[in-house]
Design a protein around this ligand. Structure first.
Ligand code: FES
Ligand code: FES
Length: 170
């Protein structure tokens, strides 16, 4: 249990302002899962090594298990739940599913977060770029080949969607 006093912070969470009141060192992953019932981000190692807890912080992937409440005032946080209406994320999830990228799926939300940020930053990412961009995400089931195939498929689908946003040439 934290010995620190509660602090109040306001974050933008999945597009909506949210007021949080908790000890200054409460971890974002615990705020999300235990206080707000947002369980899309998973808790794995809890020490920043597995990427299961990845969220987007101001648009960049970050480990929610390493973020404390005192760091979050006025920051923009997107969790896996916040991607449900995101067109790029829909394409990405479909591509991963088409390649049967995951087995148990526990790591999947973190991979989706990391991949979405990567492919937005670099739509022409090579397989080497994708592997480098996913170094912070661990999967215990798949051996990664199917994830990389899904990521490649997603990169191509996102590129096609941007080149032809109407889909009329398909
Ligand atoms: S639970 Fe956060 S990196 Fe593993
Ligand atoms: S599919 Fe099981 S941990 Fe990745």
């Amino acid at each position: 249990m934290s010995g620190l006093d509660d602090i109040a912070v306001t974050i933008r969470l999945n597009g909506e302002p949210r007021n949080l009141l908790a000890p200054a060192d409460r971890r974002l992953i615990d705020c999300l899962r235990d206080d707000l019932a947002l369980v899309g981000a998973k808790k794995g190692c809890a020490v920043g090594r597995c990427g299961a807890c990845t969220v987007l912080l101001d648009g960049e992937p970050a480990n929610a298990c390493l973020l404390m409440l005192w760091q979050l005032d006025a920051r923009d946080v997107v969790t896996p739940e916040g991607l449900d209406a995101d067109e790029d994320a829909v394409i990405l999830r479909e591509a991963l599913a088409a390649e049967n990228a995951f087995q148990c799926g526990y790591c999947a939300p973190g991979f989706v977060m990391a991949l979405l940020a990567l492919l937005r930053r670099d739509p022409l990412a090579s397989d080497a770029d994708i592997r480098a961009g996913l170094e912070g995400n661990i999967c215990r089931c798949t051996g990664y080949h199917s994830i990389i195939r899904g990521a490649r498929r997603a990169a191509e689908a996102l590129h096609a969607a941007r080149a032809d946003p109407t889909g009329e040439s398909a």
